[in-house]
Design a protein around this ligand. Structure first.
Ligand SMILES: [Zn+2]
Length: 219
């Protein structure tokens, strides 16, 4: 088993994930969102699509067993296990513009959008090609009648995680989100790990516990 990698607060990374590999994303301290993007490695114009995913999965509440589809109607990722069960695929990555809009009295930050754009640039992804991200642990309830959205603190607790299986070779972008409301007002790290085999829940629980311990030691 590989060790967890650390994404520091308010930053992002990009990496390759091969077909058959599993990406486990852990919220080591709890109440922290991670924006996830997936592009097809053989043609980055193919990318995860919330609309296609809602079409084929027939829900906006995605969890264990649901698949993340591309704009070309192909499955890129499949959710293998999910300790949280609440994620968002409606809202775009936070950005300079959304900071100006929602937090006019706070310092502007480039947000997940800027972090993803920088991390994905070496793979040839232009900022305009960044779609709505799958926002892990983001808690966005939708009022049934009015359709009104709210952004509430994540329900994830320390050490909670989600595991996604790559069904294609992918380029992944992943952040520790920078926005105030979506993270309960504080900015925490995100941990992730790539494994070649499907992890058992017990192994991940042990690993995420170790990741938490490592984080606390370094704090
Ligand atoms: Zn964000």
């Amino acid at each position: 088993m590989n060790q967890f990698e650390v994404i520091p607060p308010r930053s992002g990374v990009a990496f390759e994930l091969r077909e058959g590999q599993t990406l486990t994303v852990c919220d080591p301290l709890g109440c922290q969102v991670a924006d996830l993007l997936a592009f097809a490695a053989d043609d980055i114009r193919e990318v995860i699509s919330n609309g296609r995913t809602f079409d084929y999965e027939e829900t906006i509440s995605l969890t264990t067993g649901n698949r993340l589809w591309s704009n070309r109607s192909q499955v890129l990722l499949e959710i293998l296990e999910d300790a949280v069960g609440r994620h968002d695929f409606l809202l775009t990555p936070c950005s300079e513009a959304t900071f100006r809009h929602f937090y006019p009295d706070k310092p502007v930050h480039r947000g997940c959008f800027g972090n993803l754009a920088e991390a994905l640039a070496p793979y040839g992804v232009e900022p305009d090609a960044i779609p709505t991200a799958f926002n892990l642990f983001m808690n966005v309830p939708v009022e049934a009648d009015s359709g009104k959205l709210s952004v509430l603190p994540p329900t994830s607790r320390a050490g909670d995680w989600i595991a996604l299986l790559a069904r294609r070779d992918c380029i992944i972008g992943l952040t520790a989100c920078s926005a105030y409301a979506s993270n309960g007002g504080t900015f925490k790290p995100i941990h992730y790990r790539i494994s070649n085999e499907r992890p058992s829940s017990r192994e991940v629980d042990i690993q995420s516990g170790e990741a938490q311990a490592v984080h606390h030691r370094h704090d």
